[in-house]
Design a protein around this ligand. Structure first.
Ligand SMILES: [Zn+2]
Length: 259
């Protein structure tokens, strides 16, 4: 049995193949271009999110192999403060995601000073977001676009909403405004649309090679990681963790549901 499957069956990247994960701050809007559709063919798998040496902005996503092979992360424990303030030993959580590739159309300047007009990113979707986007895809298909969301330029905004006493928002955004079917345009001008790399060449519009970039690290690699670093549970979907300060991140873990 493989560690991934297609569709929402409820169910790491390799060195040098790190993917960018798409997420928004609360209140933020971005234009994204869907490079594939979402639905029963979407790749899904279980994963862990690890915080390495307290760097909560840079979580390490590790594919969980439990069910097909022993998973070293599932066997580990970390120490954390419990509700009563006492230190306790905890197991790492794991969660199921389906994934989709988008082009983030917000220009970005790397540390080396190179400006990129767009960046290929992955959206990891928990069940609720997967269902929402599958619904958006169906609307496109019902309206004469058989490729669903593929090729659509969409404006997405993250709006925080109250659910009972809790603030709820999707890190991918919850207000989706389709702009136009960009890749379906036979007169598409890649340069004009900003779909070029730093050298002005058209960018690769293929989805991320998930099987390659999420291949579980070797047991040896994980043993080394755990032996040499302080590893705690990264809680990837804690949106406030990406909002600004470590303080809000800590607060969110106990009060907010974020996807
Ligand atoms: Zn695991």
């Amino acid at each position: 049995m493989a560690w991934f499957h297609k569709g929402d069956q409820g169910g790491s990247e390799s060195k040098g193949d790190r993917t960018f994960t798409f997420w928004l701050k609360v209140g933020e809007s971005r234009k994204i271009l869907f490079l594939e559709d979402i639905g029963t063919d979407s790749i899904g798998f279980w994963e862990h999110a690890l915080t390495v040496d307290g760097d909560w902005q840079n979580k390490r996503r590790i594919t969980c192999t439990m069910g097909s092979a022993p998973c070293l992360v599932c066997e580990q424990h970390f120490t954390a403060q419990g509700k009563d303030g006492k230190t306790e030993s905890k197991k790492f959580g794991r969660y199921h995601v389906n994934v989709v590739t988008v082009m983030d159309m917000t220009p970005y300047t790397s540390k080396s000073g190179t400006t990129h007009s767009c960046t290929k990113k992955e959206i990891p979707m928990k069940h609720e977001v997967f269902e929402m986007l599958t619904g958006k895809s169906k609307i496109r298909r019902d309206n004469g676009f058989p490729a669903g969301l593929k090729g659509w330029l969409v404006n997405t905004t993250r709006i925080s909403k109250k659910r009972g006493t809790q603030e709820v928002s999707y890190s991918v955004g919850n207000d989706f405004e389709p702009i136009r079917n960009l890749l379906g345009d036979p007169a598409l001008d890649m340069a004009k649309e900003g779909l070029v790399d730093a050298q002005g060449n058209p960018v690769d519009l293929n989805p991320i090679d998930y099987v390659k970039v999420h291949a579980p690290p070797s047991r040896e690699e994980l043993v080394t990681l755990f032996a040499n670093h302080e590893i705690t549970d990264g809680n990837l979907f804690s949106g406030a963790a990406r909002r600004g300060t470590e303080e809000t991140a800590k607060t969110s873990d106990s009060t907010g549901i974020n996807y």
